[in-house]
Design a protein around this ligand. Structure first.
Ligand code: HEM
Length: 193
């Protein structure tokens, strides 16, 4: 059950998780798309890169699940409104899609690692070589498709933030930053729309 009164900011635990996950997702996307993708599996550094990437990916999955639980157990501000019902709906769909695709991204990475038997090679020091090419495994395609979807959703999310912040000027950023959480009943500033 939600505590009474809607605050004008998210709970500090959610704020922390939001920015931490934004950073980790950015690192995983860039490192995955730029470094991993362009390093052949025969390169001796590849195992180290995969170890870092897979560890961050699994941590992202765990933190996403923690975030979902914290979200359901803490009071949060009402949905930001734009004055356009379709855009408001799109905003809700985008937020839930971000959760779903980030989780699917990590899940497809884990599926790929299981299919390719990466556990003992990357973490167990088995000394076996990496598979010649990850594209032999179906989850590799899912991992790539989810990467593009995730990048598109993040771009949409950042564009919506910029619009609220600098065009509509409704102080949306404050909702996902640290500070006193005023109850809606006493709110006079920081109102969204
Ligand atoms: C949300 C978390 C994750 C993100 C954002 C992410 C991101 C990426 C990206 C962008 C690529 C390159 C895709 C492409 O451009 O085709 C990639 C490749 C890969 N990822 Fe992830 N990943 C995540 C989680 C994981 C996890 C949990 C694992 C395994 C436990 C994993 C294993 C791999 C592997 C094996 C590759 C292939 C590398 C290659 O082709 O050389 N990823 N990842």
């Amino acid at each position: 059950m939600l505590p009474q009164g809607q605050p004008d900011r998210y709970h500090p635990a959610l704020v922390t998780l939001h920015w931490l996950l934004a950073l980790m997702l950015g690192v995983a996307l860039v490192a995955g798309g730029v470094l991993l993708e362009n390093t052949p599996n025969t390169d001796p550094d590849k195992i180290f890169m995969l170890r870092a990437h897979m560890s961050i990916g699994v941590l992202i999955l765990l933190l996403m699940l923690v975030r979902l639980v914290v979200r359901t157990r803490t009071a949060r501000p009402s949905h930001a409104v734009t004055g356009n019902a379709l855009l408001d709906r799109l905003s809700v769909v985008t937020h839930w899609s971000l959760y779903a695709v980030a989780i699917a991204m990590a899940a497809s990475g884990i599926a790929l690692s299981l299919a390719a038997g990466l556990g003992p090679i990357v973490f167990g020091g088995s000394g076996d070589p990496l598979p010649a090419d990850f594209w032999e495994y179906t989850p590799r395609y899912a991992h790539a498709v989810f990467a593009y979807l995730l990048m598109a959703l993040i771009a949409l999310h950042v564009a919506a933030f910029a619009w609220h912040q600098w065009v509509k000027r409704d102080g949306l950023f404050g909702r996902i930053w640290f500070g006193r959480r005023n109850s809606a009943k006493h709110m006079s500033r920081n109102k969204v729309a």
